[in-house]
Structure formats: C-alpha cells, structure tokens
Design a protein around this ligand. Structure first.
Ligand SMILES: [Mg+2]
Length: 264
C-alpha cells in the first residue's frame, strides 16, 4: 500500500516535472521570438516619390542657371547633373563637380545646391496605402517614428504638404544637413527615450548608406524600400558589403512582413 502510494506520488511528480519542462521550453521559445514594437520610417523615396517629382523639378530649375553659366542648352545642363550623380553617387554635390569642370567661382557649388533644394513642393503625394498602413500599424500597437534627413524647413514643409503631421507618428525627427546629429544619433535617442531594444525596432528606408547602415549597425531589423535614385545606384553597386534584412515595394507589404516575423 505504502509502496503503491509512493509510486503514485512519484508518477505525479514526474508528470509535474514534465509540465514544468514543457513550460520552460515554451517560455524560452516565446523569449526567442521576434517581437517588434516599433517601426522607424524614412520620408523621401520611402513614403513618397521624391526622385520622380522633386529631384526632377529641382534639376530642371537649376538647369536654367547652369545653361546660362556654361553656355549650353537647358536639356544638356539637366542631363549633366544626372550623369554626374550616376558617376559619383548620390552623396556627392554634383554642383561642386560642375564648378570644377567649367572653372566657375567656387561659391556656385553651394548656390546651385541651395537652388536645387529650395523648390516648390506643390503636387507631391504619398505613395498608395501609406496612411492606411500607418493607421493599421498604430491600431496593432506599434510605436511609429519618422526620421528624415535634409534642410529642416524643407523637410518640415514636405511633412506638412503630405499631411503626415496629423498624429500618425509618435515622434518626427529631422537630421539636419549641416547639423550635429545624423540618423544613427536619432535612432539611438528613440531607443533610449522609449526604452526599446534594437531588435524590437524595424527600420524602413531606401538608402543603403544612411538609414539601412545605421539600423544595421545598431542591430535593428532593416527593410529596404525599393524605389528611387538611391536604390537604383545601390542595385548597380557591387561593392556594398552588407544587405538589408528584407525588401519591400509597397508600404502595405510591411503589414504582411510583420505578421510573418511575429509567427516565425
Ligand atoms: Mg530616403
């Protein structure tokens, strides 16, 4: 009788231990699962077509000035800017190269760049499904951030014209062209202020050497938005040492990607 009772208790203990082990495995698996809590979006060529609108508009405008300076047609001046960017990359100031090529006064490098940047923003529009996707992500509980690079006033005006200032984002940050903070600094601020781990953050953008590099360096999940002049040059470049974790062609694809990652 005693031995039977002992035997039953031992059986129950074994059962409890087995349940305990299964629970531990489950908890560890749950801890290992990707749990994304926040998404950082870039603006230009990620939420709207900057390359196909403002870049072309800016270059056409500056082409008028360049044509007068170097005595060529406006079309030739327009194509010259495109060719120089293709050759030297999107990070360079093509106007400095034009100054050197045609022996212009050095101040023209900055003046032409300013003319290119300060352009009329009318008519720009968000890519399809941007607002619907942001609203859905918010509904699903994600923290949303917009981190953009450029001239503060120009970027601020773009945000206003595109109607993105209407509480879609928990925070909007601008890394200024001549400022002390770059995108990586702003990403770090977000991690610290919102008490987020880098692996809980997804970073979405079109520039490999900007937000994708910064996000990757910090250990975030990086998603390349496959659009525009920066993406085009990235495709042509073989020398890039790293790649984004994922790529999308529509902002709404982020919803699908997130659900795949959550249930991986
Ligand atoms: Mg961009």
């Amino acid at each position: 009788m005693v031995s039977l009772k002992h035997s039953c208790m031992a059986g129950e203990n074994r059962k409890s231990y087995a349940v305990y082990v299964v629970l531990c495995i489950y908890i560890n698996m749950a801890n290992d699962m990707v749990r994304i809590k926040a998404i950082i979006f870039d603006l230009d060529d990620t939420l709207f077509d900057c390359s196909g609108t403002l870049v072309v508009r800016g270059r056409r405008k500056v082409a008028k000035t360049i044509a007068k300076l170097i005595s060529c047609s406006e079309e030739e001046a327009f194509q010259l800017q495109n060719k120089l960017e293709e050759k030297y990359g999107t990070k360079c100031n093509v106007y400095d190269y034009i100054v050197a090529m045609f022996d212009l006064h050095p101040s023209y490098g900055k003046r032409l760049l300013e003319e290119f940047i300060c352009i009329d923003l009318s008519g720009i529009a968000l890519f399809p499904s941007v607002i619907e996707t942001l609203v859905q992500l918010k509904k699903q509980g994600y923290k949303l951030f917009l981190v953009t690079f450029g001239e503060r006033l120009v970027q601020k005006n773009k945000i206003d014209v595109l109607g993105l200032g209407n509480n879609y984002f928990d925070k909007i940050l601008i890394a200024e062209r001549n400022g002390v903070k770059n995108k990586k600094d702003h990403f770090l601020e977000i991690l610290q202020y919102y008490n987020l781990k880098s692996e809980e953050v997804m970073c979405v953008g079109d520039k490999i050497e900007d937000e994708i590099l910064a996000g990757k360096a910090l250990g975030m999940i990086t998603v390349m938005y496959e659009h525009g002049r920066h993406y085009k040059l990235f495709q042509q470049k073989q020398s890039v040492q790293f790649k984004p974790d994922y790529a999308v062609r529509n902002i709404s694809d982020i919803l699908e990607l997130l659900s795949e990652l959550e249930y991986k």
